[in-house]
Design a protein around this ligand. Sequence first.
Ligand code: BGC
Length: 456
Amino acid sequence: MIKYTPAFLKKLEDILTESAYTVRYERGNFQSGWCLLERKSVVVLNKFLDTEGRINTLADIIPQLAVNFDKLTHESQILYEFLLQEAGAANTGNTAETQLNLNNMSNLSVTKKDWGTINDQQVSIYELNNGTVKVFVSNYGGTIQSIEAPDKNGRIHNIVAGYHTAEEYRDDNDYYLGALVGRYANRIADGKFTIAGESYTLPVNNGPNSLHGGIDGFHRKVWEVTGQQETATEASVTMEYTSKDGEEGYPGNLQVQVTYALSVENKLKIQYRATTDKATPVSLTNHSYFNLNGFEDVVTGHELKINAESYTKKNENNVPAGELEFLDKDHPLYFGEFTKLEKNIDQFAEDRGFDHNYVLTMQPFQQLLEAAELRDPQSGRYLKVYTDQPGLQIYTANWFDGSRKGTHSKPYGKYDAIALETQAFPNSPNVPAFPNSILQPGEEYSSTTVYEIGVE
Ligand code: BGC
């Protein structure tokens, strides 16, 4: 018999919250404890309204699930048992069937390969494989080097820009291919900000501004791999890096942990955590450039939809100063409905294409918002991006100039790919009206982005 101790319930709740599970109540039946657990949506709710309008947490309702086990739908029973097993508890019955379903789900592996030496430090590349999609991620710069995924005809292509060797990443300090960007993704105006009356100056590396963490950002560091895991639902690798007080001009020793987890549902979840001993700006993102036709063609034929009604308008120095601009249907940056990138990409002479930060429309009670969907009619592949961050920068590789060849047959050129970067708004440390991006000692920075890859 399982004991529903608070610690056990907390663990179960964590699993549900961290995995891509939704618990949906069949409202009318809630009071008798019926509910349906669904393993299909990434939108994770951890607060539920019951029929009386009261807010319940998972811990409130799990015991009711147990009591009413017999009344649960078949699917819910199996999933419930599976969750219990994941939480380290014994089964309550139905073992054979639970096992059967788990077997179907557990085609997951993590494999480590040596990737040479950078600055006298050995670096590795980790292959996360779920039997359909393979993600290669390195502890050099936390870089996503490759994502191999099938198209509608089952043909496998690498859908992100990347290089073969770690040295090529070291020698390229302005494309940020697949990079883990930090301490602060995007621009900080004039490389300056003030926290609690203290002014800080960062080395500038992009016109007058500091871009993507500075000259020697997180994407050029060797991260320490602290975990590698294969569970029934995901394969993951965790890495950590301590950014010293004063590194690239930023205050505070910042301890950062990042986990890359590939699920059975072809969702690549990136979870960032950080703590500091002095107040400091933090915004971490991944800078993968996607081309859903595997770089057989430019991305201008891709269709994009973004869940945003405005973007952060930029000033003459290419940074937002606080003004948001509403995006009506005629605006060239409007992606409220699926729109081909080619429709308006020519309208931004200065940027040479799209390079803009969207203000995502958040929903109450949703931890992760479906921020954007990119789809490619040619290959049938789609990419959905979910995040808990307020902003999404889209950048269509406007300055790729055909001089650098990576893992694809042709050197990377203009519009060969699109980056979809989930982040705090650019320049937030200087714009009090923007959502806070300053991490305080004693707080934890925690952020999740999910890239879901599929075909239709
Ligand atoms: C920025 C671009 C920049 C690029 C660097 C993007 O995130 O928005 O302005 O040129 O990174 O490769």
